[in-house]
Each structure stands twice: as structure tokens, then as C-alpha cells.
Design a protein around this ligand. Structure first.
Ligand SMILES: [Zn+2]
Length: 217
């Protein structure tokens, strides 16, 4: 046999052995489909809406900024199949405050984040702050969520860090981790401009989104 012939025979034998080996395992057990982990549900609320514009400063309406940001956060979540964002509103209409948190409860959400823009009689107050209900204490899960969102928002935007603040809020109607993020002051001239800047709004949305991802992890 030539060298080539020997090689051909060896190859043939190997193929036959492979076929025999594979047919011996037949029928192969049907592999169970991989279990998809349930996505973590996050309810993102665009503050105000419809008849309630929130703050209006020189024609800029808080409800519009809040909706834009919420929609953008929801789009960013498209990249992560393990987090599902549900919006309390996706257009310019009003949703009852209790219904907003009620939706988060019903859907088994892991957290509730409401997006707002701030206003103050003083035009020198600028910066981002994250609110929790007044009964929340440092170390509580809502406080931790607020810290994570606030830090990521400030890192992404470079906004003045006004920290985590306590207020009497409708968030008392849920036991879920729940925060209200005030992304900037419409009454602060610099932030009034920034909150109309698409690039800056993208940074806000990214900051909130990164905060959600960090908290889920
Ligand atoms: Zn508001």
C-alpha cells in the first residue's frame, strides 16, 4: 500500500468508528431547553403628565423632560434582557399616584424609580438630588437605592451632588425600594439650558440606568 493508501484506509476506519460510536448513543436524549431566568422588573415613572405639568420655567415643562428621560432609560434597558423596565406612562397623560406604585406592586417589581425635575424660588440652587419617603432611614433598602441612583447620576452628569433627602411622599404607599430622583433644577439657569440639551439628557438617562444595573447586581 502506498503511504497515501494507508492514510485513506486509516481515515475510512476512523469515520466508520465515529459513525458506530455516534449511532450507539442514538437516540440521543432530548436536552432540556435552558431555563431562562425571569427578568428583574423595574418600574420607572415619568413624574406628572397630562393636566399636571409639574414645574414650568420659561416654557419648559417638567412633565415633558420626565417622560423623555423615562423613555430613554427604557430604551437603554433593551440592551439587558435580564432587566425589564415597565413605564407608568409612555405619553402625556396623568396616572393617579397610588396607581403608579400600585402597578409596581402588582407587577412584582424589584424597585420603583420616579423621575422629576426640580424648581425653587432661588435661582442659585442647582444640582441633582434623590428623595425617599420621610420614614426611610439610612441603611434601609430605599435609602441604599437612592444612594446608588444618586451616585451614578452625579458621576454621569457632573451635576452638583445634593445627596439623598427625605420628604413626605406618596412612596409611603409601597414597601418596595422606592425613590424619586430630581435630575436638576429648571430654575437654575445653567440646568435650565442643560435639561434641554439632548446630550446632557442622554447622560442623565445613562446615569439612572447604570444605577439600576448596579442595584440589581
Ligand atoms: Zn415633579
Amino acid at each position: 500500500m502506498t503511504k497515501f493508501g494507508a492514510l485513506a484506509v486509516a481515515l475510512f476506519a476512523a469515520v466508520v468508528a465515529l459513525i458506530v460510536a455516534s449511532s450507539a448513543r442514538w437516540p440521543a436524549p432530548t436536552p432540556a431547553p435552558p431555563r431562562r431566568p425571569e427578568p428583574v422588573i423595574v418600574v420607572v415613572d415619568a413624574g406628572h403628565g397630562g393636566h399636571d405639568p409639574g414645574a414650568i420655567v420659561h416654557g419648559v415643562q417638567e412633565k415633558r423632560i420626565a417622560l423623555e428621560l423615562a423613555l430613554r432609560v427604557s430604551e437603554l434597558a433593551g440592551e439587558e434582557p435580564w432587566i425589564e423596565i415597565l413605564l407608568t406612562r409612555s405619553g402625556d397623560y396623568y396616572v393617579d399616584l397610588r396607581e403608579r406604585v400600585g402597578m409596581a406592586e402588582r407587577e412584582g417589581a424589584a424597585m420603583y424609580i420616579s423621575i422629576h425635575a426640580n424648581a425653587n424660588a432661588s435661582t442659585t440652587i442647582c444640582g441633582a438630588e434623590t428623595w425617599v419617603h420621610e420614614s426611610v432611614r439610612p441603611g434601609d433598602v430605599s435609602w441604599k437605592l437612592a444612594e446608588v441612583i444618586q451616585r451614578n447620576l452625579v458621576n454621569a452628569t457632573g451635576a452638583t451632588d445634593r445627596g439623598v433627602l427625605r420628604q413626605p411622599l406618596y412612596l409611603r404607599h409601597t414597601d418596595l425600594p422606592a425613590v424619586l430622583v430630581e435630575v436638576g433644577y429648571l430654575t437654575c439657569p445653567r440646568e435650565h439650558q442643560l435639561l434641554q440639551n439632548p446630550e446632557y439628557k442622554e447622560r442623565i438617562a445613562e446615569g439612572i440606568w447604570r444605577g439600576i444595573v448596579e442595584f440589581v447586581r
